[in-house]
Design a protein around this ligand. Structure first.
Ligand code: MF3
Ligand code: CO
Length: 252
């Protein structure tokens, strides 16, 4: 069941998501060769607590950290580690908060120092695909119109969409209905309505779409060792347009 949110609830979800976006902005500035992702995890947790918010992922189904930090061929749910980042790596940071009854959830992928042309193109394509998906989140469209827009853009660029993980509704729970695949034919699924709030999150591999999970039970990596990028926004569907909630100043 897809839970519709009132304007008042959407404002609360916005509050949580603005804080998520602020924290991701601060983390992005710290990313550089030599820093380790466990340090970034610690910083993210401090920044959440300073804002009287609770990191949403820590303890969620036993996930042990506040931040998901996925490097290079890690797709999502990477464990922060003491291993320093190096020039040319790409890092996906996925962060969520719970504040005043509602969740925020967003992710970005950034390069560490100078990255390869392939890595740049992968990150750019994934972010563009997210925005093309968001554009389809309008009343009257169907859910898979979002999915299809994302998949088309990614595959036209010669990359592949991860199928194993999907986007989701969000609100009083981190994961609500519907599940939002990043692939599929258009015109299928529920009809989109004002008041729906979604976390849309394409995960894109430079090689094949297959992923596997490491021994830690969480870290997803590409089967073929290829690079992977991930971007996520929480958005609300309004009367005639989508609005991005996980942004500090309206830009992303
Ligand atoms: N953005 C991811 C998701 O919505 C992050 C979840 S990490 C977890 O699935 F640890 F909370 F599972
Ligand atoms: Co999410």
């Amino acid at each position: 069941m897809v839970i519709l949110k009132s304007p008042r609830e959407i404002e609360k979800i916005r509050r949580s998501n603005i804080m998520v976006a602020e924290i991701l902005e601060i983390l992005k500035e710290k990313v550089a060769p030599g820093i380790d992702t466990l340090t970034l995890d610690n910083i993210s947790e401090q920044l959440a607590l300073q804002r009287k918010a609770r990191p949403a992922f820590k303890g969620y189904r036993g996930y042990p950290y506040s931040l998901c930090a996925s490097v290079n061929d890690q797709v999502v749910h990477g464990f922060p580690s003491k291993h320093p980042l190096k020039e040319g790596d790409i890092l996906s940071m996925d962060f969520g908060l719970y504040y005043d009854g509602y969740y925020g959830d967003a992710a970005v992928t950034v390069g560490v120092g100078k990255t390869s042309e392939l890595a740049e193109r992968l990150m750019k394509t994934t972010k563009e695909a997210l925005f093309l998906g968001i554009e389809q989140a309008v009343p009257g469209n169907r859910l898979s119109d979002i999915s299809h827009a994302i998949q088309s853009h990614v595959e036209a660029a010669g990359f592949s969409i991860v199928r194993k993980f999907v986007g989701h509704g969000i609100g009083k729970a981190l994961h609500e209905d519907p599940q939002i695949p990043n692939y599929g034919k258009p015109g299928v699924g529920i009809r989109l309505k004002p008041g729906m709030v979604f976390a849309i999150e394409p995960m894109v591999n430079a090689g094949g779409h297959e992923v596997e999970t490491l021994q830690d039970g969480w870290t997803a990596v590409t089967n073929d060792g290829s690079l992977s990028a991930h971007f996520e926004h929480t958005i609300a569907i309004m009367e005639d347009s989508p609005v991005i909630l996980s942004t500090v100043d309206g830009t992303a």
